[in-house]
Design a protein around this ligand. Sequence first.
Ligand code: 3NQ
Length: 503
Amino acid sequence: MWWFLIISLLTLLYYIWQKLRNLGKKYPVCLPHLPILGSLPYMNSCDQAHIYFTKLEEKYGHIYAFWQGPWYAVVVSKFPLAKEVLLKKGKDFASRPRMVTTDILSGSGKGIAFSEYGPQWRMYRKLVQSTFSLFRDRSSLNFEKIICQEANTLCMSLANTEGQNLDPALDCFLAAVNVICQFCFGNSWKQNDKDIEIMMNFSDSIVKSLAKDSLTDIFPWIQLFPNKQLTLLKENVKLRNKLLEKKIKIQKEKFKIDSVNNLLDMLLKAKMNNNSHLTQEPEITDEHILMTMGDIFGAGVETTSSVVKWSIAYLLHYPQVKEKIQKEIDQKIGFTRTPVLNDRQQLLHLESTIREVLRIRPVAPLLIPHLACTESSIGEYTIPKGTRIYVNLWSIHHDPTEWDEPEKFKPERFLDKNKEQLIMPTSSYFPFGCGPRVCIGEFLARAELFLFLAWILQRFDLEVPDDGELPSLEGEYGVVYQIAPFKLKFKLRKAWREAQLSA
Ligand code: 3NQ
């Protein structure tokens, strides 16, 4: 009897203390929820989380909360709110939730994409940034040169399959792999290397299993039971690690501390100069190096190849846009030289098309989830420390109060009235995120997208395959929003062929 009274009193006191602590604090509207299961029984299981979250906005507004099992989560969708999360209070929300799946991928939070905000993350990110600077500044190691070489190889390969019904996935993958591989390791893969196909398969499988409604990420104890999806993820991550380790081992033997030429060199040099045993400096281990290389390599490949495929698919659906781009290429570049980065100021139709593809099919429709590292606020609402934050970029890019007919593919929305200048019709647009976690490879990605597409469209017409089937534009949700496999025919352009003959 006594113990019952004591427990009741303690519960009451705790309740009052919580109420007092929260006095004057306002929290976002929350979906209904139950103990342990949280809001899950009240949410539809949906393949496309970004679309479901956008639908929930109609009922709950532009900022709302839900319980992902035991985890409190907030979804934010209007641009000013997202700006507060990513930029204004960027540091407060710059961490990442630890999840079973991303822990498997990142060796328990190593690397930079999924690691917690702090000195370790900062140090690795700076090392990657310094390597990017090397490739922007040095003429011998220049990104433009590397991308153009790979664009050339890509076009040669497409010319070899001319007129056939082709799934462009492998060619796009190879082109992106070889650019990032030179950045990471200083070399590239041969076109018929069997590692490429293995890599494409495990990479695709990893992308699909991450960021899905994985129950193990909500209830980590589920991993104690046999779980097919998790086993598959572990196997694929093992394959990825083996492949990277093999590459690192070969390149390590060539390493000279006074000649830093790629990301691996940069990390190895930092490891040699590291004084973590004497100072507070974060440590650099082989596993940290592997995970950082894995993040950059994986990000460089999956995102770029995915956007190139989306762009090709949209151009198949909208041949009039493709013709406008080609007309501009013919006028501004012609056929006697190949496209270079400086042409970006002139090829406005291509640039606006790339912007529109990144708007209508963002690479990461919910970005990568953020975590509040401290108690903070968004708008008038208090956000407790440890809250998972989902920024609904999809909704921001499809906001009808910011975009005219957001569901329609209209590259000209990024051009002024006279079609002479690129414009930004609204600030409700950030395909690469912003703030402390902004995409580190934005410069490289934009350069690759422009050059790959300019090279392809200078030479080829894109035609629907023999069965007349156009690509589905629906997309498959994962940590990267991918297009379902499709086929098309690359046809050498008549004008290009004639120009080559007369040259
Ligand atoms: C990759 C492993 C690879 O095999 C599959 C693709 C993965 C998951 C990448 C991931 C890094 C990685 N292993 O560590 C990237 C990710 C999530 C893309 C997928 C990414 C990203 C960047 N910009 C937009 C969306 C995602 C950064 C790390």
